[in-house]
Design a protein around this ligand. Sequence first.
Ligand SMILES: Nc1ncnc2c1ncn2[C@@H]1O[C@H](COP(=O)(O)OP(=O)(O)OP(=O)(O)O)[C@@H](O)[C@H]1O
Ligand SMILES: [Mg+2]
Length: 368
Amino acid sequence: MKYKIIDPDKAYNELPKISPQGITLNEDIYVQLIKSHKVLAELKGYSELLPNKNIILNSITLEEAKDSSEIENIITTHDELYKAIALKKKIHNPAIKEVLNYRRALFLGMDLIKEKGIFTTNMIVAIQQEIEENEAGLRKLPGTKLMNDLTGEIRYTPPDDQDVIKSLMRNLEEFINEENDKLDPLIKLAIIHYQFEAIHPFYDGNGRTGRIINVLYLILMRLLNEPFLYLSSYIIRHKPKYYSLLHDVTFKDEWEPWLMFILQAIETTAKETLTMSENIIKLFDATSVVIKNELNKIYSKELVEVLFSNVYCKISDLVDNGIASRNIASNYLKMLETKGILKSVKIGREVIYINVNLFALFKNPKRH
Ligand SMILES: Nc1ncnc2c1ncn2[C@@H]1O[C@H](COP(=O)(O)OP(=O)(O)OP(=O)(O)O)[C@@H](O)[C@H]1O
Ligand SMILES: [Mg+2]
């Protein structure tokens, strides 16, 4: 796949359509491909056997959304994010809104893929709309440039003409849904991600939409059943490298390092996601045992599930899940606090309870 060396300032409309025949895969890539597939298959198998699938999915997608939306002060914002979810009030904090929009967009995309069995431009537009909360749609006005935030230097100018953008998106859509091209789906994922970012079809949110497409493509290809992967966190952690690899595909036609990067991202994050969900399940089981042994009268599986559906919970969560009436639920939470499982926090007039160990798990994940 040959890209012209172009002056980024004059690069309008120069992005070619996808013609992957030109990509050669070296031996290292084949070796990595097998590794990435192996862990991904392990993750899929594991997720199918999960007893508390929704709980785990809830946390995995929230972490993915948080990482992909790149919040700066992770610890406080992490906490604010969980509190905002528990309080169920109207959210004004833009960073939290962004994370929740991202997660909604991810779930919307998953539902659409499962319903339609294909991935279309309209679906991509719907996902971006959910992220950005506006209906701007595909770019119509010229002038979008990708700049280096630090130096202000223009790094790449995506195609500008409306018809060109539409036709490149049609070409991408055909490539995504083509099943007979004999290309490995993980290699295709890397090509799709590059091409989508290079088309840069929206005014904003192209990075986040592209990262959602990555996970959804794995679902489309049945390599995952749910958006059960922290893929974006790797991309965000290696952002400078990720940017320069995208750039090198465009200007030097260097595909191998890019493909390698995406394959390694999949392997690394599949392992991390697996470890994280194993840790959540272990903690869930250990907490169940402690409650059974030490607070046997209040134990029920449903109670533990409420404690793990969010990092914070409150009395009404127990009431709404039919576990106990208000007064009794309040006592339950206090008893759980005496055992160190929960810790109460007062926010305004409300008291919410943090699942101490679950919070610690998310706060200190081991990542590469
Ligand atoms: N040289 C490049 N060629 C192609 N795409 C690029 C290049 N540099 C950056 N990008 C893509 O542009 C995205 C940023 O675009 P945009 O601001 O529209 O997305 P975002 O979702 O708002 O931001 P972010 O990805 O930083 O969260 C990056 O995430 C990257 O995928
Ligand atoms: Mg942006």
